[in-house]
Write a protein that binds this ligand. Structure first.
Ligand code: NDP
Length: 274
């Protein structure tokens, strides 16, 4: 397996296992150099969102460095647009300079807006129009996923959630697996807390002659998750894709499992007020 590896979603669409995250990359030069480095390292999957305010820059960089059809693009519907999903989706397409996305997600359930069932119905229409090759949700827990399935009979293809060694999401992953929903790990390196996780996995990194980031990302891969690390440093972008030439053994995987402390770094989706 290599950077071309994919996970097949239930509708047959294959999502590349490794993608480049671009949250908090709002400077055109940084986006360009990060995407250029990613494509040079073989990435073919970019994860953006309307709220990141860089869809236009992602669209420009993809047009400059690749063919649109060679890149898998994920974008997301922002919370305040849940009652206006179709127009928001068209706006994302325009900014990305494309007539389809590979994956479109409801970014957060956002219970304060209480419109995610309506938004899910709109995403189903978008999917049926062919303009999104797959659809899903992000930051959805078990009860909210069950709710949108009950309301529509349509099972999301993907759920994208916070996941790293300190917050492994095993219960949610088991529920999604039993419903055929693929999983993407966001903040796979622990986001702003990478150093704390890196310190813990240092012994494994030394054992395999790899970096802590590579050990963490390899663990996501071996547990069957899509992973979307962000870096604006070209050397790190390449490092984060170089996870296919070694394998964590059973003892390594048990050690990684033991790091699950339930410590999450991003807001709790069910109580978030945005
Ligand atoms: P990550 O877990 O990807 O960590 C990114 C941080 O780690 C940055 O500070 C980066 O710094 C640093 N880093 C990256 N690679 C390395 C490396 N090899 N060695 C050391 N440090 C490294 O965090 P994010 O929170 O950005 O998550 C990744 C992506 O997930 C986002 O960009 C976004 O696309 C998605 N996401 C989705 C959310 C959702 O609600 N659906 C929420 C949060 C994220 P530097 O850039 O300087 O290298």
């Amino acid at each position: 397996m290599d950077i071309r590896s994919t996970i097949r979603m239930t509708n047959g669409v294959e999502i590349p296992t490794v993608g480049l995250g671009v949250w908090r990359v709002e400077n055109e030069e940084e986006i360009r150099s990060s995407i250029k480095a990613a494509i040079g390292a073989g990435y073919w999957h970019i994860d953006t969102a309307a709220i990141y305010q860089n869809e236009d820059m992602v669209g420009n960089a993809v047009a400059d460095f690749a063919k649109r059809e060679d890149i898998f693009i994920t974008t997301k519907l922002w919370n305040t647009d849940q009652g206006n999903a179709k127009a928001a989706f068209e706006d994302s397409l325009k900014k990305l300079k494309t007539d389809y996305v590979d994956l479109y997600l409801i970014h957060w359930p956002s219970p304060v807006h209480n419109k995610y069932v309506d938004a899910w119905k709109a995403l189903i229409d978008i999917y049926e129009s062919g303009k999104a090759k797959a659809i899903g949700v992000s930051n959805f827990g078990i009860s909210r996923i069950a709710e949108i399935i009950d309301a529509t009979g349509f099972v999301p293809h993907m759920n994208q959630v916070e996941r790293h060694p300190f917050y492994q999401q095993n219960e949610l992953a088991a529920f999604c697996a039993s419903n055929g929903i693929a999983m993407t790990a966001y903040s796979p390196l622990g986001s702003d807390h990478f150093a704390e996780i890196a310190e813990k996995v240092k012994p494994l990194a030394e054992k395999h002659g790899k970096t802590p980031a590579q050990v963490i990302l390899r663990w996501h891969y071996q547990t069957g998750w899509v992973l979307i690390p962000k870096s604006v440093k070209p050397a790190r972008v390449a490092e984060n894709a170089d996870i296919f030439g070694f394998e964590l053994d059973e003892a390594d995987m048990s050690f990684m499992a033991s790091l699950d402390s339930g410590m999450k770094f991003l807001p709790e989706p069910d109580t978030a007020t945005f």
